[in-house]
Design a protein around this ligand. Structure first.
Ligand code: BO1
Ligand code: ZN
Length: 257
């Protein structure tokens, strides 16, 4: 039996029974009310290794989502913006919904997007992800929303063709072509929201500096549909987003520099 899921007795309502941190006061995802954000001019974000073609990129269906990991060192890294120090790439993955009206985790003015990409990085000074998640500033997640377009996004064809080979849970492939992070990101990386939150799955650790980029990536319905064909132990992964959590005493900052 799976330890967590998105439906029924292992769904988000029950995560707190087994994972105390999922009942915390600084959980993710949240709704971002744009009328309540605090506008700031943060230093530029530095994206290192994002435009390099990367070989040996692994694509894995872990039964909850599809994970993209890189084998070769050095890993891409980020610094600047709200971040103190350097953060090293760990993995990226996606959240989606049963249909195009749902799927993102964070929402903007209660608007959902059909899918969301999370690029997960850990703080270099903490050495490992395992150790980083014991510190309040241990991780940063760069989050990117998707919206529908009538034209295919060619950079995503490499991902969707890999997905066809990992429809079964706990299956993995290595991408045939070099993969560059920048190619799958939106054009504008200067406008983003940032706030302190948590992992959006168990153990829900409150260790994440979230950066939600405002400009969505545009994909076709058919490109998103390929993600909905992935399978978990109990059938297709039709949706894998957590419902929004109370913002509590937190402030969301909006960088437009
Ligand atoms: S998310 O980006 O908030 N959806 C998210 C949720 C869960 C994790 C990461 C990001 N989990 C952690 C695992 C660790 C693992 C690490 C890899 O991801 O708890 O065991 O090493 O980045
Ligand atoms: Zn995620």
């Amino acid at each position: 039996a799976e330890d967590f899921g998105y439906d029924g007795s292992i769904g988000p309502t029950y995560w707190g029974d087994r994972y105390q941190e999922c009942r915390g006061k600084h959980q993710s995802p949240i709704n971002i009310n744009v009328l309540r954000v605090k506008q700031v001019a943060l230093p530029d974000i530095s994206f290192v290794g994002f435009d390099d073609p990367i070989d040996n990129v692994h694509v894995t269906n872990n039964g909850h989502t599809v994970l993209i990991e890189v084998e070769n060192e050095p890993h891409p890294r980020v610094s600047g913006g709200p971040l103190e120090g350097n953060y090293v790439f760990s993995q990226m993955h996606f959240h989606w919904g049963d249909n195009d009206t749902l799927g993102s985790e964070d929402k903007i003015n209660h608007r959902s997007f059909p899918m969301e990409l999370h690029m997960v990085f850990y703080k270099e000074e903490y050495k490992t992800v395992k150790n980083a998640v014991t510190h309040a500033d241990g991780l940063t997640v760069l989050a990117f929303f998707y919206e529908l377009d009538r034209h295919q996004h060619p950079a995503y064809d490499d991902i969707t063709s890999a997905l066809g080979n990992v429809t079964d849970p706990h299956s993995s492939v290595v991408m045939k072509k070099p993969f560059s992070f920048l190619n799958i990101l939106p054009y504008d990386l200067r406008r983003y929201f940032t706030y302190r939150g948590s992992l959006t799955t168990p153990p829900c650790s409150e260790v994440v500096i979230w950066l939600d980029f405002e400009q969505p990536v545009r994909l076709t319905h058919d490109q998103i549909e390929v993600f909905r064909e992935l399978r978990s132990a109990s059938g297709k992964i039709r949706h894998n987003f957590r419902p929004i959590q109370p913002i509590g005493d937190r402030t969301v900052f909006y960088n437009i520099d």
